[in-house]
Design a protein around this ligand. Structure first.
Ligand SMILES: [Fe+2]
Length: 232
């Protein structure tokens, strides 16, 4: 299964997941770019869906549906651990609530489409207010193999690395991560994220020390995650 990323509206990222003849559009705000890409390759858009229902992610749905014969899949109605089939291949979907209650993540081969749940370098705002659910979602995401590619919903890389550096001044991975930044293709691996993304580093001795220095006693990983969310 192949992933094509489309940037639109400054920092939004949408995707076409495709195989030989069929594809799924996820957060298709870049309508014209997507249509010309599929036309050039004779790919039929089978489904149109979203990582969640925030307007900046759903803005392309209407136009894409008008211009294709694709079926719309409302992410609110998707059952967790559901599958979509493109040609003979499988795209798995599971719920990752936290940023919003309706957030879902797509997974196939060695990649995840994480929307506004997990960004490259940071995580989404917890608009649902349910930090416990958000933590559980992130735990599921980081349980995938370390070489899993992370494709997210916005390019917030440079701002995020500024914050990461402010939090962990001695983290040498951050410089390496910044060096790899390419505004044409926003992607990292789970390993990269575990090395630099402060919101996933709740079990890192360095970050635990920083919390302790701020007089935050956090004995569980959930408490540390909440503390990091609260401070930053
Ligand atoms: Fe969002």
């Amino acid at each position: 299964m192949l992933v094509k990323q489309f940037k639109y509206s400054m920092d939004n990222l949408g995707y076409l997941i495709y195989s030989n003849t069929e594809g799924v559009v996820i957060d298709g705000g870049a309508v014209e770019d997507i249509l010309s890409f599929v036309q050039n390759r004779n790919i039929k858009i089978k489904y149109i869906t979203n990582t969640h229902l925030h307007h900046d992610h759903t803005s392309g749905n209407g136009n894409l549906l008008k211009k294709t014969n694709a079926r719309f899949i409302d992410c609110k109605k998707i059952k967790s651990d559901q599958e979509l089939h493109i040609d003979q291949e499988t795209l798995k979907i599971f719920h990752t609530p936290g940023h919003t209650d309706d957030c879902i993540t797509f997974q196939a081969d060695n990649f995840l489409i994480t929307g506004d749940t997990l960004f490259n370098g940071t995580i989404g705002n917890c608009f649902s207010g349910d930090l416990d659910a958000f933590f559980k979602s992130l735990k599921r995401l980081i349980s995938f193999p370390k070489d899993t590619k992370i494709y997210c919903g916005h390019d917030y890389v440079m701002e995020s690395m500024q914050i990461a550096q402010d939090i962990e001044k001695d983290n040498l991975f951050i410089k390496e991560y910044i060096k790899k930044y390419n505004s044409e293709l926003i992607v990292s691996t789970l390993e990269d994220e575990l090395n630099v993304n402060p919101f996933l580093r709740f079990n890192e001795p360095g970050l635990i020390k920083i919390l302790q220095q701020n007089d935050i006693l956090s004995n569980t990983e959930l408490a540390r995650f909440k503390a990091i969310m609260e401070i930053y």
